[in-house]
Each structure stands twice: as structure tokens, then as C-alpha cells.
Design a protein around this ligand. Structure first.
Ligand SMILES: Nc1ncnc2c1ncn2[C@@H]1O[C@H](COP(=O)(O)OP(=O)(O)OP(=O)(O)O)[C@@H](O)[C@H]1O
Ligand SMILES: [Mg+2]
Length: 500
């Protein structure tokens, strides 16, 4: 084999945690200037595998070759020295620092003089150059905290370019981006490939993989299933290879009887907003809320749930006026809010799954004692089973679960509360295609049992697939209210962009 055909090669990689093997005999090779896609169910081992490439984890067995030479990657600096940069599932920039400070953190350029002062001018100049390569004209002096998540992602990529990375690894980079940001990122990936940089790309969004991937490696239960040219596999085949079976329907939709008014929001005005929001959600009618990222959907949910204080307006739950001043009040009123950001709002990472799944419910059942905590725990365990949370051991700390499995725990925690009204914010973000179907089935059964369900989602096919009615928001206002029969992609996009 000629030397130049392989940039990175992994041979026979094994990795286990406390005796449990999560990677088994993995062989993988990355060519220069290719986009190599990793696909697999939640917990299949994708993030673990790339952490071995980046020195975040050490392998138990196996060999790593870089440009044909055997190497050991014992820590992040080894990877960096080889030319491997990573953009992790969770961003790693420091919000209080500026863009260029972040880009050169720990690798500051110094002047040659006696005192080796920081050469800020040089760093800023390089920062601007690299930002340009990712299509950004952000000022290097901008504070990172003021940038949206999409821009931060691009700053991370620009940072990788300042290190002259030959391989950039991206773990679910588009999971929390808006549509235009996704487009920008995908174009940047294509641009990087043209410049000869190899990319390892993880995503659960199959369309994305089809568009930018050159080769795809599919993992299942810690083993490699196959590596194939992306052109040669259909989306259905991808699913079959990763799940191990055909997936008959992506959006299981059931028809329900329209029931009572469940949640009525009247002239809700958020602090600092001039708009008023009013809508009613009913039993038997799954209500979707669509809109671009930043349209104010999450803010409305936070206002209803008492996370943020509202300026004015009323919220009724099954006809009863509420006075919600905190999430605790909201839970007592029968609401559940499944947040999009599992890390900061959904989970306590260094606590067990059991702890995480019962905190929301214990509060709720303390007063009436409608249910024994033990019984509730059993209920949570059932949800864990239904959602296929792996590992399903409720004593495990949340930190030890894969990203998608953490998301499932957040969902289970709220399902166990037996709330009357559920607000899901991006419920399937980071969840693999097979588990998504399970989430939809559970949502259906909630509705079947009389709960009111509201789903905020940026994935239009998801909303069109499972909702009975869709509200569209734009700049803090509801701009459309469409029944399932009348809703389509075009109408929603139009209302979401203010009718342009
Ligand atoms: N630090 C850890 N300690 C114990 N187990 C771990 C640790 N990190 C990962 N695991 C386990 O390794 C397995 C693979 O996890 P990994 O994060 O690689 O999955 P993934 O394919 O990235 O999934 P997802 O799509 O959900 O992000 C999982 O079973 C997970 O629970
Ligand atoms: Mg992962």
C-alpha cells in the first residue's frame, strides 16, 4: 500500500470500561481529503472511538498509524501535534474570552523579544485568516459568549485550522444548529475537503451524511459492521446496517379523539418582549411548534414553566388558572418540560440514573403521596426499558451514558411524573433513528392516556409526521396555526420566515 493513501489507520482497537467492552476489534482507516462518516445507534461506540483518536481515552488494545508510521496517542497534546483536531459533542470554548484568545488558548504566539510578550497582533491576524476560511468575518476581539452556538462551532473549526490540522473530527456538529447554520457548516466541510483536510463526521441526520460523506463506517454494539462508499448505500440500507433490521415506519401516527382543553395560554408576554402569545392545546391533538432557531419557541416554554419570569399573561391547565412562579409550581400544576439542553438543564451528570429520573417526580408526589417513590422508580425503570436506554442499570452515573442515551433518561424522568401537560423541546435531538420511533410511540401513548402534548422541533418532517396541528413562530409571534391536513413544508417555512 502506498504511503499517501492513508492518513490515519486504526487496527484491532479494543476499549472497555470496568470490564464492559464498548469497542471490539475495530479497524478503520481515514484517507487524506475524505469525509469519513461514522454511523451507529446511541451507545454504539462512535464517541468512544473518536476519543481514542484524540487522546481523550486510551485504548486497551490495538495499533494506531499516522501517515504510515506507528504512533501512540496518549493525550490531547499528542493528537494536536500530529494534526488531529476535534470538535466535541459539547462545545469547549470559554465564553468569557474573546474569539482569538480562545483560538490560541494554550498555544499563544509570543514575540521574540527578551520578555516574550504575547504577540496579539499576529494571533489576531491569523485568527481573521482562519475565520475567513470558514466563511466568517467575526471580529477576533468579539467575546465568545455573545456568539450564537452555530458561530461558536465555526470558531472551533477555525481554531482547528490555526493548528494546521490535517484531520478534523466532528461529533454531531449540527445537532443544535439552525438550518442556515447547518448549511454554512456543511459548506465549510466541503471547503476543508477541497483543501486536503480529512474529516471524521458523526451525525444521526442521514440526509446530511448522504450529502457530504465519501465513505461511511457503521458501528453496531461496539463492533464495526462495514465501511462503504456513501454513494453505494441508500438511507434504508444505512438504517438496516446500524439497527440490524428494517425500520417499517419512521413516524408512527395514530388518530385520537379530540378531547378537552388542556393548556390555555392567554396573552403571555415575556420579560423584555413586546409580543403577546395566546394559544390552546387540547387532549387528543398533538400540537407542534415550528419556527427557526431563535424564533422564541423555547422562551415561551420557559415562560410557561416558570423558568423565566413573565411580564404578564395567564396560563390555564385543564381550565384552572395557575400562578406559576417557578418550575416547582409548574410541576405542581401538572406540567412537564423536557428541555432541549440535557447537559445544563436536564441532567445531573454525577448522579445515578435513578436519582435523575426521580427528582422531578418526588417533588410532585410529596404532597398527595398519590404514588410511593418505590412505585415511581419502577415506573421509571419501565420507561428505561421501553426507550431502550443502554446501559439500563439505574445505579449508573448519567455521565457514563452516551449522548443519545442521556437524552432518553431526560425523557424518562418526565414521563415518570405523570404530568397532565407535556412540553417537549427538541425531543429527538441526538437520538438515533430506531430510538426516535420509540419516543414517538411513547408520545402517542401519553396522548392516548389523556395527556396533552406539545412538541417544539426544528425538524419539519418530524412535526409533519407526528403532529395533529402545528403552530409556527417567527420573531416571538405566532404567525400560523395549521391543522395536519393543511400543513406542508412550504407553508410552514413561509410563516417561519415572516412570509418572505
Ligand atoms: N466514561 C465512561 N464510563 C463508562 N462507560 C462509558 C463511558 N463513556 C462511554 N461509555 C459507554 O460506552 C458505550 C459507547 O458510548 P459512546 O458515547 O461511544 O456512544 P455513541 O455511539 O457516541 O452514542 P450517541 O449516538 O448516543 O452519542 C456506551 O454504552 C456508554 O455507556
Ligand atoms: Mg456520541
Amino acid at each position: 500500500m502506498e504511503k499517501s493513501s492513508r492518513l490515519l489507520e486504526l487496527k484491532n482497537i479494543y476499549k472497555g470500561f470496568f470490564g464492559i467492552k464498548v469497542l471490539k476489534s475495530i479497524d478503520l482507516d481515514i484517507k487524506p481529503a475524505e469525509v469519513h462518516v461514522l454511523l451507529g445507534e446511541n451507545g454504539a461506540g462512535k464517541s468512544t472511538l473518536i476519543k481514542i483518536m484524540t487522546g481523550a481515552y486510551s485504548k486497551d488494545e490495538g495499533e494506531i498509524y499516522w501517515e504510515g508510521k506507528k504512533v501512540e496517542i496518549n493525550g490531547p497534546s499528542d493528537a494536536m501535534n500530529l494534526g488531529i483536531a476535534t470538535i466535541y459533542q459539547e462545545l469547549n470554548l470559554i465564553p468569557e474570552l474573546t474569539v482569538y484568545e480562545n483560538m490560541f488558548l494554550g498555544r499563544e504566539i509570543k514575540s521574540n523579544g527578551r520578555f516574550s510578550l504575547l504577540n496579539r497582533r499576529e494571533m489576531k491576524k491569523k485568527a481573521v485568516e482562519c475565520l475567513k476560511l470558514v466563511g466568517q468575518d467575526i471580529s477576533p476581539d468579539q467575546k465568545v459568549s455573545l456568539l450564537g452556538i452555530g458561530k461558536q462551532q465555526l470558531v472551533e473549526i477555525a481554531k482547528a485550522l490555526t493548528m494546521n490540522a490535517k484531520l478534523i473530527i466532528m461529533d454531531e456538529p449540527t445537532a443544535s444548529l439552525s438550518e442556515s447554520e447547518v448549511e454554512q457548516l456543511l459548506q465549510t466541510v466541503e471547503e476543508l475537503r477541497k483543501r486536503g483536510i480529512a474529516i471524521v463526521y458523526i451525525s444521526h441526520k442521514l440526509e446530511e451524511l448522504k450529502r457530504i460523506g465519501d465513505r461511511i463506517t457503521i458501528l453496531r454494539d461496539g463492533s464495526k459492521v462495514e465501511t462503504l462508499p456513501v454513494k453505494e448505500v441508500s438511507t434504508d440500507q444505512m438504517i438496516k446496517l446500524m439497527v440490524g433490521r428494517d425500520l417499517d415506519e419512521k413516524y408512527p401516527k395514530e388518530n385520537f379523539m379530540l378531547g378537552d382543553e388542556g393548556l390555555r395560554v392567554e396573552k403571555l408576554r415575556l420579560k423584555g418582549s413586546k409580543n403577546e402569545i395566546s394559544f390552546t392545546a387540547y387532549q387528543g391533538q398533538i400540537l407542534g411548534i415550528s419556527g427557526l432557531v431563535g424564533a422564541g419557541r423555547t422562551e415561551v416554554a420557559r415562560g410557561i414553566f416558570g423558568v423565566d419570569l413573565i411580564e404578564s399573561g395567564k396560563v390555564y391547565v385543564f381550565g384552572q388558572e395557575t400562578n406559576i412562579k417557578s418550575p416547582k409550581d409548574a410541576i405542581n400544576a401538572g406540567l412537564a418540560f423536557i428541555t432541549e439542553d440535557r447537559k445544563s438543564e436536564g441532567l445531573i451528570l454525577d448522579q445515578s440514573l435513578e436519582f435523575n429520573m426521580t427528582i422531578a417526580s418526588l417533588e410532585r408526589f410529596k404532597k398527595g403521596l398519590l404514588i410511593e417513590p418505590a412505585q415511581m422508580k419502577k415506573k421509571a425503570e419501565n420507561y428505561i426499558k421501553e426507550l431502550q436506554v443502554r446501559p439500563g442499570d439505574i445505579g449508573k452515573h448519567a455521565r457514563k451514558l452516551s449522548g443519545g442515551n442521556q437524552q432518553k433518561v431526560v425523557i424518562a424522568k418526565w414521563l415518570a411524573t405523570e404530568a397532565k401537560v407535556f412540553i417537549f423541546d427538541e425531543p429527538t435531538r441526538g437520538i438515533d433513528v430506531g430510538a426516535k420511533v420509540e419516543v414517538y410511540r411513547l408520545i402517542n401513548s401519553l396522548v392516548q392516556n389523556g395527556a396533552v402534548v406539545i412538541i417544539i422541533s426544528s425538524e419539519l418532517p418530524e412535526l409533519l409526521g407526528i403532529c395533529d396541528r402545528i403552530l409556527v413562530m417567527n420573531e416571538g409571534e405566532i404567525t400560523a396555526d395549521l391543522l395536519r391536513e393543511e400543513a406542508d413544508q412550504e407553508k410552514i417555512m413561509k410563516a417561519a420566515t415572516g412570509g418572505m
